[in-house]
Design a protein around this ligand. Structure first.
Ligand code: EPZ
Length: 426
């Protein structure tokens, strides 16, 4: 059933088949999560469509329901939400520890209700991931912040507009502060803001709700506070990370895939890398096509905040480059521990050496299937991609990570020729 993580499930892939055909991108997880939390900012109904059916979306709706939000699925991917009856202002550890984006309740609850008690997310497999930038910004907006028993306790009779220079263009901090500032008194400027497409999508919804935001998508966002927000309808942008994953699947299997809904403007860094490695692609009106007609050349990649190369596509590229010609390097600058997949790829026969935040990949001519273990969302999908290209069978365990961010991935891949099946845990 969607939404429930089955911890013992495995996915078995028989590799060697060039994937062929068309695949449709779902709505973006990393846009839908803040959009759902933004609906807390008004007591009127909001409707979001193209909402993907993922474990993280399920967790978000559970948290919102516990706060008092009423929601209904109007169809497969459209949900109507009302925060008219919100009476609870706490995001509990049990939920926040399973999905750190729950920390995005802080801004909306503080702005609309003047108080919030939100568990700190703690670290995760890919890094320490502190929330100091979020808290520093909330304090500058006039909130009193106390850390007690693993919770942030925040209060403010009325938030006041302020100048918020972020020490790092954090996606989450930009989203949390953007939402908080919409109902603050006066003008807020977020400087060195994150510029990701998900930020632009959030600002689009907030402006449709009556906010006054300009500059989203640039490093300087200006928000003129308003006294209240109203309901609105919004279509979630396509998932650029899911799209990038499928485009890489075509390259690594020497396949030919059209990814319907993939947006070239959101994937410029990936397409630039494809051009450098010799992976053939064509941008079409309603999507992108990749024809993996040859082994990619080696390349050097450095992950950076948008519009730089996304850290969420780093693992997928590592799998592709492990079958490249010559050697490549990947420098991970966003998260301090995001190479867990490297050793698992080595189990499939890849030649990868990690030193600090730099991975050096010497391309090999083939991979061989083996049992491997997923450690986080993007690491798990890179193992799946490598399995699709490897000779023989690859068994990926702990695939519950995948269900957090990929909607019905086995179905989508088997429709374009993948020999893939899920083995239910007993
Ligand atoms: C978002 O996480 C995404 N998650 C991540 O995607 C993505 O990898 C990340 O942005 C970077 O692009 C969602 O949108 C739900 P950050 P977020 O705050 O907001 C440090 C996936 O695979 N930092 O931009 O948590 C932090 O430790 C996920 O879908 C602070 O030091 O990322 C990290 O090193 C994984 N203090 C860096 O900034 C803070 O207060 C980037 O974090 C906040 C962040």
């Amino acid at each position: 059933m969607w939404g429930r993580a089955d911890y013992m499930d495995k996915i078995v892939v028989r590799g060697g088949t060039p994937l062929q055909g068309e695949i449709v991108v779902s709505g973006a997880k990393n846009a839908a999560l803040p959009l759902l939390f933004a609906t807390l900012l008004t007591d009127e109904e909001c409707r979001l469509s193209q909402v993907p059916k993922l474990v993280d979306i399920h967790t978000t709706l559970r948290l919102l329901r516990d706060l008092g939000v009423q929601y209904d699925w109007l169809n497969e991917h459209e949900v109507a939400l009302s925060s008219r009856l919100v009476r609870c202002f706490e995001a509990p550890y049990e939920l926040v520890k399973t999905m750190r984006a729950s920390f995005l309740t802080l801004g909306p609850l503080l702005a609309r209700f003047g108080r919030a008690r939100v568990s700190t997310p703690g670290g995760c497999a890919i890094g320490a991931r502190p929330v100091n930038i979020h808290l520093d910004g909330m304090q500058r907006l006039g909130a009193s912040i106390r850390l007690r028993q693993g919770y942030v306790e925040a209060e403010a009779s009325k938030l006041r507009g302020a100048y918020l220079p972020l020490e790092f263009p954090s996606v989450g901090a930009t989203e949390n502060l953007l939402m908080a500032a919409t109902l603050a008194e006066g003008v807020t400027i977020i400087d060195n803001a994150a510029q990701e497409p998900e930020i632009v999508d959030l600002a689009l919804l907030l402006n449709a709700m009556g906010a006054r935001i300009s500059g989203a998508g640039t490093s300087r966002i200006t928000i003129e506070g308003v006294t209240s927000l109203h309901g609105a309808n919004h279509v979630v942008i396509p998932d650029r990370v899911e799209a990038g994953t499928f485009l890489t699947a075509a390259a690594i299997t020497s396949g030919d895939i059209f990814v319907r809904g993939a947006r070239a403007d959101h994937l410029a860094a990936l397409l630039q890398t494809f051009a450098e490695t010799g992976v053939h692609f064509s941008v079409q009106e309603d999507g992108i096509r990749v024809t993996g007609n040859r082994r990619p050349c080696g390349v050097n990649i450095t992950t950076l905040p948008y519009p730089g190369f996304p850290t969420d596509l780093q693992a997928q590229l590592m799998a592709m480059l492990s079958l490249g010609v010559g050697h490549s390097t990947i420098t991970e600058t966003i998260f301090e521990n995001r190479f867990m997949h490297a050793q698992e790829l080595v189990r499939l026969g890849a030649d990868i050496h990690v030193q600090g935040n730099i991975a050096t990949i010497h391309g090999v001519t083939y991979l061989t299937g083996a049992p491997v273990m997923a450690t986080d969302l993007r690491a798990s999908v890179s193992l799946l991609l490598a399995g699709l290209a490897a000779q023989g069978e690859t068994e990926v365990s702990r695939v519950y990570h995948l269900d957090r961010g990929y909607e019905r991935i086995e179905e989508k891949l088997s429709r374009i020729g993948a020999r893939i099946r899920r083995v239910k845990g007993s």
